[in-house]
Design a binder for this molecule. Structure first.
Ligand SMILES: [Zn+2]
Length: 145
């Protein structure tokens, strides 16, 4: 039974791979990579959301709808479309710290990637500006806005 951090980390990696492939194909959009990774992490945790509504937020009164056990079971039945959620739940380890490490590494890798990409790759509107640099330096970072 993997913990939430592991599901989130695997979902982030899946989101990064899918969105990164799209960016490579389209040759743009890299600045949205962190958002795509976050959405991948949320997607990977969707099968556990009914439990969240039922146990952690009972005052929302969603136990009979979004927080029902039947809904949770049906989501877990389809669990592997949520970046392998079912497979991670079946195996015996929790991998909590491993998941946290994956999350931290991926967010920091995205930060470094965005700092190092040439400005025109991050934002097409900035490509019109003079003095484009393809080097990874602090000058690039200040004008990334
Ligand atoms: Zn689960």
């Amino acid at each position: 039974m993997a913990w939430t951090t592991m599901h989130f980390g695997v979902g982030m990696a899946g989101g990064a791979m899918l969105f990164g492939a799209g960016c490579l194909f389209a040759r743009k959009g890299w600045r949205w990579l962190p958002l795509a990774m976050t959405l991948g992490g949320i997607w990977a945790n969707i099968p556990d959301m009914p439990r969240l509504f039922r146990v952690d937020f009972p005052f929302l009164n969603l136990t009979s709808t979004l927080g029902s056990m039947a809904f949770e079971r049906s989501l877990h039945r389809w669990g592997n479309i949520f970046f392998g959620h079912k497979a991670l739940d079946i195996q015996p380890h929790d991998y909590a710290i491993h998941g946290l490490i994956i999350v931290l590494i991926l967010y920091n890798a995205a930060i470094v990637l965005l700092m190092c990409l040439p400005r025109k790759s991050r934002s097409p509107s900035l490509a019109k500006h003079k003095g484009q640099s393809t080097k990874c330096d602090s000058h690039d970072f200040r004008q990334a806005g």
